[in-house]
Design a protein around this ligand. Structure first.
Ligand SMILES: *Cc1c(COP(=O)(O)O)cnc(C)c1O
Length: 397
């Protein structure tokens, strides 16, 4: 069998080991072989795209319990198309009028604590449809009266974001959010791009749920929309309007169907066991060192997934967790860890996207780097508030 490094040698692309989870910046996730096969099989064929999307609707309906569904080019596009749907309904002249939303109910309410950044601001996906965002509450507190008070005759929809990126406290629970919106005839769209639970959000009564196909489903780069049939149809209709520039190809639609079918057959317990073995190995690699504490922690939004959280006391451990993340990524091959919360004094290692043989490399890198920190310290990265954008500013150089 080919070694995982062969691809990098052949393509000339720099190798990378992803211990950070599903990350768009690293190519999202490892697509299943069934997905790759399905995509290759449809690429050289013509198909009736409405029939293909209707087939996708059947698979989506079966897995989510929604009345209908369709595939988009990304979850982000799914949010934009579904916001558009709540403004235009199935009226083609309105579909073509967007992003000008004059004369339509065009406001979308969302809690301020949900306005996160997943590589782009979530609220921009709302504005892209021509809607106006109405923030509810303050950065860390949204109360029910604020939501109720923000809804007017101009309200088209309410958006609810489920994510480890959102504020974890002081937010309105989804079932209450839905009840308040429904009492005022406002449909609720749930952005659950990165969630495992394919049925639970619609069960709360939410009208629409949006997922990524390229996160836990290990599918192609695509989005999945499911829920109320009239809204799903109106969302699908945006393909003759603003969503033309967000076109999803036949290969991604067919690949998403294959990913959903593979999800139904997947031995989830075996996947968990493999992930746990990697976590135990990494925990062992981080043990017995002064000022270093490693613990296995559950996912914050209840996905059935654990991660290894590593805390460091810089005075005893010789370096900060930021320096640890930096040093692990500077090795050959780079090992990318989950460091977006490193200001809190910990980083995490995520086992969900490893190829055979990589867990050992991560364990070795972790041990070596921690031992080096204890011996002689690590270079402490300076605060760099624009690190994320620099890769864009300097690209393609
Ligand atoms: C990843 C993510 C998105 C974006 O999903 P894409 O399919 O990559 O567009 C949107 N919302 C949340 C909460 C996410 O985690």
């Amino acid at each position: 069998m080919a070694h995982w490094q062969d691809f990098y040698t052949e393509s000339g692309l720099p190798p990378v080991i992803n211990a950070s989870g599903t990350m768009t910046g690293l190519g999202a996730s490892i697509a299943r072989p069934e997905v790759a096969e399905a995509m290759a099989s449809i690429l050289p064929r013509f198909v009736n795209m409405h029939a293909l999307q209707a087939k996708a609707s059947e698979a989506i309906t079966r897995l989510t319990g929604g009345e209908a569904g369709f595939v988009t080019c990304s979850a982000s596009a799914g949010v934009t198309q579904m916001v558009a749907a709540t403004m235009t309904g199935c009226e083609p002249s309105l579909v073509e009028r967007l992003p000008s939303s004059e004369g339509m109910a065009n406001e979308v309410v969302m809690q301020l604590g949900h306005m996160c950044h997943y590589g782009a601001p979530v609220e921009q996906a709302v504005r892209l449809a021509g809607a106006r965002v109405v923030p509810v509450g303050t950065s860390t507190l949204a109360q029910e009266y604020s939501l109720a008070g923000s809804i007017t005759e101009k309200t088209a929809a309410a958006l609810y974001v489920v994510s480890h990126h959102v504020v974890e406290y002081g937010q309105i629970p989804l079932d209450r959010f839905v009840a308040i919106c429904h009492a005022r005839n406002v449909p609720v769209i749930v952005d659950a791009a990165s969630e495992y639970d394919l049925g639970g959000f619609l069960e709360t009564g939410a009208d629409i749920v949006v997922y990524s196909a390229h996160k836990f489903l290990s599918g192609p780069t695509a989005g999945i929309v499911a829920g109320r049939k009239d809204l799903v149809r109106a969302g699908y209709m945006q393909n003759m309007g603003i969503a033309r520039g967000m076109k999803v190809g036949k290969e991604s639609i067919y690949g998403t169907i294959a990913a959903l079918e593979a999800w139904e057959r997947r031995d989830h317990a075996a996947v968990r066991a493999r992930e746990q073995a990697a976590l135990e190995q990494w925990k062992e690699a981080a043990s017995g060192l002064a000022g270093v504490l490693a613990e296995i922690v559950p996912d914050p939004t209840n996905n059935p997934l654990d991660r290894l959280r590593i805390h460091m006391n810089p005075r005893e451990a010789g370096a900060s967790v930021k320096a640890l993340a930096h040093a692990m990524a500077a090795g050959d091959p780079p090992v990318i860890v989950r460091a977006h919360e490193s200001e809190l004094g910990w980083i995490q290692l995520d086992p969900c996207n490893l190829i055979d043989g990589q867990a050992e490399i991560v364990a070795q890198r972790l041990r070596e780097t921690l031992e080096r920190a204890a011996r002689s310290g690590l270079e402490e990265p300076k605060y760099d508030g624009d690190a994320g954008v620099r890769a864009y500013m300097n690209w393609p150089d």
